[in-house]
Design a protein around this ligand. Structure first.
Ligand code: NAP
Length: 259
């Protein structure tokens, strides 16, 4: 069965690796092409956009894809929207594989905001040492608050003209360890962390470290995406794919298609 995985997350990579060893599946892995040295699984990979909803729908049909897994990052909302629309247009079954959100724990001091502009507005007026752990795409929003100094962590360096004036960059890819995150926050005298509510374990230690040190976190909430069948772990995604292999599932699909 031909499966397209929209990737870019740990879970997408792990699911792809699992399918790589299973000859019932012919899986393809798609990446937007944002990172210079992406982690590529041992299946056929395709790098670059599809050309919007129509491009993705055409691709699903041309490549005879029988199942679509949207395992993109919870903040890759455009791709998730496109997946819902293209799957509906082509009757390709879609499953969103998305890890659960982080929830505040006792001792956490979160300021939950809707987007990056609101995260900028949530910072205090007086100068602070801010840890920006939001990737590189939206760092430019903080140019609007030049009174702060920023420690920017990303996998690839942000464009120099998209950085606030007092910025230091560290290039690192997770998973991160609590002991290192504690040292990073203390060494850089960080007094506020800005994070997306990405969920998962790899990026969580900065949140645990902030809690331990009594540092507030400006937590950007996930963007809204249209409803789709969803699961939170690889085992459930794998079971969903196995279910589609059952003859009854083919029957359902054919009748939906009017075949
Ligand atoms: P986005 O804003 O939702 O998507 C913008 C466009 O990029 C899409 O319309 C699509 O182009 C293309 N695209 C996105 N994901 C793709 C994929 N897996 N395969 C092929 N094309 C893809 O996405 P984004 O926030 O820029 O994220 C891009 C990628 O980075 C995603 O794969 C995501 O999983 C990963 N990522 C994102 C974040 C984050 O915070 N946003 C964090 C970690 C990893 P077309 O319309 O031309 O098809």
């Amino acid at each position: 069965m031909r499966v397209l995985i929209l990737g870019g997350t740990t879970e997408a990579f792990q699911l792809a690796q699992r399918l790589a060893g299973d000859d019932r599946f012919d899986a393809l892995y798609a990446l937007a092409g944002r990172t210079q040295k992406p982690l590529l699984p041992a299946i056929t990979c395709r790098i670059g956009g599809f050309g919007g909803v129509d491009g993705l729908a055409r691709w699903l049909v041309d490549e005879r894809v029988s199942a679509l897994i949207d395992a993109t990052h919870p903040f890759a909302a455009q791709m998730s929207r496109n997946a819902v629309e293209a799957a509906a247009m082509t009757y390709v079954p879609l499953l969103r594989l998305q890890r659960a959100e982080w929830q505040p724990q006792p001792g956490d001091d979160w300021r939950i905001v809707a987007d990056m502009a609101a995260a900028v507005a949530a910072l205090e007026q007086q100068s602070q040492h801010v840890f920006l752990a939001i990737g590189r795409k939206e760092v430019a929003a903080f140019i609007a608050a030049p009174q702060h100094s920023y420690l920017v962590r990303a996998v690839d360096a942000p464009d120099a003209d998209g950085l606030p004036p007092q910025s230091e960059i560290i290039l690192q890819r997770g998973p991160f360890a609590l002991v290192d995150e504690l040292a990073l926050l203390q060494h850089n005298r960080i007094n506020v962390v800005v994070s997306k509510n990405a969920g998962g374990v790899a990026a969580y230690p900065k949140i645990a470290a902030a809690r331990q040190l009594g540092i507030p976190v400006v937590m950007v909430a996930r963007p809204a995406v249209p409803q789709a069948p969803e699961c939170a772990d690889i085992d459930a995604a794998f079971a969903w794919l196995e279910d589609l292999l059952r003859p009854e599932a083919h029957g359902e699909k054919s009748s939906e298609r009017g075949v």
